[in-house]
Design a protein around this ligand. Structure first.
Ligand SMILES: C[S@@+](CC[C@H](N)C(=O)[O-])C[C@H]1O[C@@H](n2cnc3c(N)ncnc32)[C@H](O)[C@@H]1O
Length: 269
């Protein structure tokens, strides 16, 4: 995430290593952005080029260098040519474009810049459901990324429990809540370890395979409402097939650029 003297991202310098080491999360370097861990791979992000890094990481932490890349921030991930946007009465703005009253956020380098259709669909669906069926005492943000869904849920007044298995998402979501003086519990874990989630509203913008797995688990189906995205219209049939005969009823469907978002309510106890 952004630390002085940096107040925005321009070019990202990435270095990938095989293996992980907990000390790399807090690497001492003024240009360090963060450490992304995925399975048995570590990717370190910097604001500047670090030619001596592969040797240092091998010497100090024993990890083998895999590759490096230089990427303009605007081209990273789901696209980071970011502008403020609104959801109902709420404005979301990258921290360098913040205005009074806006929910400001450091978009970092993880998923959740605000530009992806699924994030927008999830935020729109949350605002719509809150007006129809809220307030919700408890909202779960499963796979929180940069934490935009948690920001809105907390701003609306819900008690938020966010979870992500990527430590960079966890630290960024905590940071973004703090930037807005909002409360929320943020855990680093595989979301499956939190089941069952009793009552409340579940927000899950996840890949289709994980959604299919979760919808087949009775322990996942104990909340009152669900907003799901992360799948395209061509994948929707598979999800609907899993939902058929289950306790969840589709209340609303949204689609943007081929991505789909479903709002569901539990009909059975
Ligand atoms: C598509 S992103 C969604 C981010 C954010 N909620 C949004 O809507 O912009 C999915 C997130 O889920 C996380 N994730 C995927 N599988 C997970 C799992 N089994 N347990 C916890 N987090 C997981 C990923 O690390 C990623 O941050």
């Amino acid at each position: 995430m952004l630390k002085p003297p940096y107040d925005r991202y321009e070019t990202l310098y990435l270095y990938a290593f095989s293996g992980t080491h907990p000390a790399l999360r807090n690497l001492s370097d003024p240009d360090f952005i963060g450490c992304w861990e995925e399975e048995d791979l570590t990717v370190l992000f910097f604001h500047r080029e670090k030619p001596a890094l592969p040797e240092r990481i091998k010497r100090e932490f024993g990890l083998d260098f895999e590759l490096s890349a230089r990427v303009p921030y605007t081209e990273w991930g789901e696209g980071r040519d970011l502008e403020p946007f609104t959801i109902g009465p709420f404005t979301f703005a990258p921290v360098w474009q913040g205005s009074p009253g806006a929910l400001i956020y450091d978009p970092g380098v993880v998923f959740g810049s605000g530009n992806h259709p699924t994030t927008r669909l999830m935020l729109e669906a949350l605002w719509e459901l809150w007006q129809k069926a809220g307030p919700f005492e408890r909202i779960y943000d499963l796979g929180c990324g940069s934490g935009l869904l948690s920001l809105l849920a907390s701003r609306l007044g819900a008690r938020v429990l966010a979870v992500d298995r990527n430590p960079l998402c966890v630290s960024l979501t905590r940071h973004n809540l703090a930037l807005n003086r909002l409360e929320g519990e943020v855990l680093e874990a595989d979301l499956r370890t939190l089941l069952p989630l009793e009552g409340g509203l579940v927000l899950a913008n996840l890949y289709k395979g994980l959604l299919v797995e979760l919808l087949g688990l009775p322990s996942f189906l104990k909340a009152e409402y669900y907003i799901l995205s992360g799948f395209t219209s061509s994948m929707e049939g598979e999800l609907r097939a899993v939902l058929a005969g289950g306790p969840l009823r589709i209340m609303a469907r949204r689609e943007k650029e081929g991505w789909v978002c479903l709002t569901l309510a539990r009909t059975e106890k």
